[in-house]
Design a binder for this molecule. Structure first.
Ligand code: PMP
Length: 381
């Protein structure tokens, strides 16, 4: 008989719920303009790069030892940054970090989800929320977004989270976790805090997670859910250094929540999950927050430029509080995705029929994107 292959054995032995699944996979292609993963287009500034090199050098001889398991210096830096950015006092005991906010989200599901428990989110939103949930053996519930009255070409209303309808779903499903995302990926818009308050009150047995990966790009007057933490011991706000802080390769995500909730995450994290190098890099970057965030205004300018210029090219643009723009009015999104790729511009097909998502890059990258679209105009009025 034919020898048994590795594929045969995996098919036989893999967890049943993972069989036939596909891995998260934004294509990592060599292109002139990579505008598909919402990275910060600007490199780490020289002065910070030098400070990082010095900080890492100071760690190298001590790499024979495990890192500080409690990442004390990093948590102090995170608390200081959040306090400065939000105007509400956040203590180090209220902070937690992981290798990207994806890991922090995993810790939350591992601690508060599990077999027989559910997590509720509102599609379209960050595609990793359901994947992380299922990985942690938790049932995902796809909640509904949008106003019933919203028609084609009215993306704002279509992707909105109305207070009453959203809270009603949280009440009805009584989940163990609720995922909100503000500004929402892929639609781009930030949430009114009334929605967070209403969902928190409606889902009495849930940890309510507000994923604020893109918070630093929000339009003026957009309050953070950090301002709601006081008196809400089940509320969690997650953030990352991957976007505004231009540190996607450094892998550092974090959260703020009640100290008791944070303490519970120690039960599921692997010991020493944040390497000495990661801690040194992230702490140094937070110590240079003003310099690192120096590109945010330029990115917002390009973001707004994309939103403003798309309609003249025959595409519908959705207003954005993030470093990307969802655009619609596309007859065949996969076809336009390929056309743009042939033009050297890689955008993201987020699986929403009629829509694609583009990251706001440098002025030159946005020039290239808009010029490519101008050669392939849409038909939206
Ligand atoms: N949340 C949202 C909404 C995101 O878009 C992303 C990155 N695409 C993340 C979390 C995870 O980012 P990281 O793990 O790099 O912090």
């Amino acid at each position: 008989s034919a020898p048994v292959t590795g594929e045969d054995e995996v098919r036989r032995l893999l967890r049943e719920d993972l069989r036939g699944g596909t891995a998260y996979g934004a294509p990592q292609l060599e292109v002139a303009h990579a505008l598909n993963t919402n990275e910060n287009a600007y490199p780490v500034p020289d002065e910070v790069a030098e400070a990082i090199t010095t900080a890492v050098a100071a760690e190298t001889r001590g790499l024979n030892r495990y890192p500080d398991r409690e990442f004390t210096a990093l948590r102090e830096a995170l608390a200081a940054y959040l306090t400065h950015a939000s105007g509400v006092t956040i203590t180090p005991e209220q902070t937690w970090a992981g290798n990207g906010s994806n890991e922090v989200l995993l810790h939350l599901v591992q601690a508060f989800g599990g077999p027989g428990r559910t997590a509720l989110g509102f599609t379209p939103s960050y595609s990793m929320h359901p994947i992380i949930t299922r990985t942690a053996d938790t049932t995902w519930i796809d909640g509904l977004r949008g106003r019933e009255s919203a028609g084609e070409g009215d993306a704002g209303a279509r992707f909105d989270l109305p207070v009453e309808a959203t809270a009603a779903q949280a009440r009805e499903h009584d989940p163990s976790l609720v995922f909100l995302c503000s500004p929402n990926n892929p639609t781009g818009t930030a949430l009114d805090l009334d929605v967070v308050r209403a969902v928190y009150d409606a889902a009495q047995n849930a940890i309510v997670v507000v994923d604020e990966a893109y918070a630093e790009f929000a339009r003026p007057g957009t309050p953070s859910a950090l301002t709601l933490l006081e008196g809400r011991p089940r509320l969690v706000v997650t953030r990352t250094l991957s976007k505004a802080f231009a540190l996607a390769g450094g892998r550092l995500g974090y959260l703020a929540a009640d100290p008791a909730l944070v303490d519970a995450l120690r039960l599921v994290r692997m010991p020493y999950h944040l390497s000495s190098v990661t801690q040194a890099v992230a702490t140094t970057v937070l110590g240079h927050a003003d310099v690192m965030l120096g590109t945010v205004e330029a990115i917002k300018t390009q973001r707004d430029r994309i939103v403003d210029e798309l309609p003249a090219l025959g595409y519908e643009s959705v207003p954005s509080d993030a470093n990307f723009v969802l655009f619609g009015g596309i007859e065949d999104a996969p076809a336009l995705w390929r056309v743009l790729l042939e033009e050297g511009v890689l955008v993201r097909d987020v699986g929403l029929p009629g829509y694609l998502r583009v990251t706001a890059g440098t002025p030159a990258e946005v020039d290239a994107f808009l010029a490519a679209l101008a050669r392939h105009p849409g038909t939206a009025s």
